[in-house]
Design a protein around this ligand. Structure first.
Ligand code: HEC
Length: 161
């Protein structure tokens, strides 16, 4: 009788300590820090980002669709195959992502208009991206203009002459 009681006590103790381990493990999992983001070191100046990333990729978008009228007649320009459409989409992505670069470190010249204008460029870039992914040339034309306005707006305010 005594032994049975004792065994019962031990099994209860084991059961409780088992629950304890489960709780402790859950706590550890919850408190564990997320994988630490590697330190970012901005390299390029704003002018270099503009010349190296934003500018050339915006040009790919603007030149992707249009109409050329000259002595030879009227030529419609538009991406001709999946690869050319993918190029336009990739260019739009580069423009959008370059917005993130404009917000890193001391590139953001202030925390107000600079950020608002950068986000406007990124949002309108998304519209171009959707158009390119849908392979809709009219939509690329319609969304390219508004994207270009966001470039002009920021340059009017911040570009040093
Ligand atoms: C948030 C502000 C901002 C936005 C948005 C922006 N730019 Fe700029 N951009 C600048 C500034 C500031 C300069 C001038 C950099 C300098 O001279 O130091 C500049 C300069 C440039 C230059 C010339 C670089 C040079 O050497 O003078 C090009 C090309 C350019 N931008 C393209 C674009 C295009 C294309 C877009 C839109 C898709 C765009 N930028 C959107 C801020 C912006």
């Amino acid at each position: 009788m005594r032994i049975i009681y004792w065994l019962f006590a031990v099994s209860v103790a084991l059961f409780i300590s088992g629950i304890g381990f489960v709780i402790a493990a859950a706590r550890t999992a919850r408190d564990a820090p997320a994988v630490e983001a590697p330190a970012i070191e901005p390299i390029a100046s704003v002018a270099q980002i503009m010349n190296g990333i934003t500018g050339p990729n915006a040009s790919i978008v603007y030149n992707a669709v249009g109409t050329i009228i000259n002595a030879d007649g009227v030529t419609e320009i538009e991406p001709k195959n999946d690869e050319e459409w993918a190029n336009v989409a990739n260019a739009a992505i580069a423009v959008i992502e370059s917005g993130n670069l404009l917000l890193i470190g001391d590139r953001a010249l202030d925390t107000g208009e600079w950020v608002t204008m950068t986000k406007a460029m990124m949002e309108r870039g998304q519209a171009v991206l959707k158009a390119a992914q849908a392979k809709d040339k009219d939509a690329v034309l319609e969304t390219g203009g508004p994207l270009n306005e966001t470039c002009d707006m920021c340059h009017a305010q911040y570009q040093r002459q």
